[in-house]
Design a protein around this ligand. Structure first.
Ligand SMILES: [Zn+2]
Length: 376
């Protein structure tokens, strides 16, 4: 078993991870958010982007009490958090629908200043059960980008299965096919191993990804498929996919549907015919359920150039979609690429961090830091 710290490349990864986990860094970041929030400077950022559209990404909305610090719940917000975040949007922004967004983007129709479009990725049943009532209370619409491979089932995607095993298997180490091994003694080591698994998958063609996943599954048994050692309710709420009836209920209540592929692959790593199948079959499946065309798509994982490429953008266009959203990148302007529209990810945040994120202040600071790092 080769020590992790014996590998130069991995030392670099660990140093970066430990910097972001550094309490001083976390405190400095929080302080900066609080300063921006209370100084009124965020209003400047908001005004600078008042003519761009903020497309916010959510995933899961659950009752409070779900696990903290677990990568499987990393993009989940509680019902209470979702409620105050939507109230903030209502107060400082103008929520729009996908139709209004398309009219603005394609036909130059007017939208109110500081427009926001709410989106959900993955298509879990908690979107209907917990997010919809809050949206209705706030009189807001949203777009739900659904996976179609497991409609109505309670099942983890391939990467969630790997994360579950890395987080909860009784095994104490995991070795990759290249001989690199990770200790799984602590929660922190397990969470870091999840990050390593995903960053590795991004670099591998689909066949090798599958082999790496099977190797991981053979080393890290779980007592039952998808056992995540969490309360049964939280597990069911988190991993149950929308059923066909759920999808129709969402649409009847003003939520628009888009596609997010069949199985949530890293599209850029797939052979062209498999990428096309993921993109086209999910569209056809949703159209069968809804009886009307589905024109919007969101890329799984969503980092342009890493998780999908210009080839995938072309496949999306050729499959009959009109719009496709990335998972990052900031705000949409009329000059944005219609098949790589930027969005802003929302998760568990303090009020100050939320406000700094949705005004674009965080995005701007990241760009400045990146420029600084490139200049080093
Ligand atoms: Zn997704």
């Amino acid at each position: 078993m080769r020590s992790l710290l014996g590998c130069d490349h991995e030392v670099g990864v660990r140093v970066r991870e430990s910097w972001y986990a550094n309490p001083l860094y976390i405190r400095a970041k929080r302080g900066l958010f609080e300063f921006l929030f209370h100084s009124g400077l965020l209003n400047v950022f908001r005004l600078l982007r008042r003519d761009s559209v903020l497309v916010a990404i959510y995933h899961d909305v659950l009752p409070a009490g779900f696990p903290e610090g677990n990568p499987l719940f990393g993009m989940t917000v509680s019902v209470e958090e979702f409620a105050w975040q939507l109230a903030y949007f209502k107060k400082h922004y103008h929520p729009i629908t996908l139709q209004q967004f398309a009219d603005w983007y394609f036909r130059g129709a007017a939208v109110p200043s500081c427009p926001v479009l709410i989106t959900f990725d993955d298509g879990h049943a908690n979107n209907l059960r917990h997010a919809l009532p809050v949206l209705q209370q706030c009189e807001m619409s949203a777009v739900c980008f659904a996976l179609t491979g497991d409609l109505g089932l309670c099942r983890q995607t391939w990467f969630e299965d790997a994360y579950s095993r890395l987080m909860f298997s009784p095994a104490k180490s995991w070795c990759l096919s290249n001989g690199e091994c990770w200790r799984l003694d602590s929660h922190e080591q397990r969470a870091a191993a999840c990050g390593r698994f995903f960053s590795l998958c991004r670099t591998l063609p689909e066949r090798e990804q599958q082999e790496e996943l099977e190797l991981l599954q053979s080393q890290l048994p779980v007592t039952e498929p998808g056992n995540i050692s969490e309360p049964e309710d939280a597990k069911r709420e988190r991993f149950e996919f929308l059923s066909e009836d759920n999808i129709r209920a969402l649409v009847e209540n003003g939520i628009e549907l888009g596609s997010h592929t069949v199985t949530h692959p890293i599209l850029g790593s797939l052979a062209p015919e498999n990428a096309h199948r993921e993109i086209a079959e999910s569209k056809a499946a949703l159209e069968r359920v809804l009886g009307k065309p589905v024109r919007a798509f969101a890329y799984p994982f969503g980092a342009p150039g890493l998780d999908f490429t210009s080839r995938d953008e072309a496949l999306v266009r050729e499959s009959g979609y009109a719009l496709a959203f990335a998972g990052e990148g900031g705000f949409v302007t009329r000059s944005s690429n219609p098949f790589c529209l930027p969005r802003v990810g929302i998760g568990r945040m303090t009020h100050a961090q939320f406000a700094a994120t949705i005004t674009g202040a965080v995005e701007s600071l990241k760009s400045i830091l990146l420029l600084g790092r490139r200049a080093e």
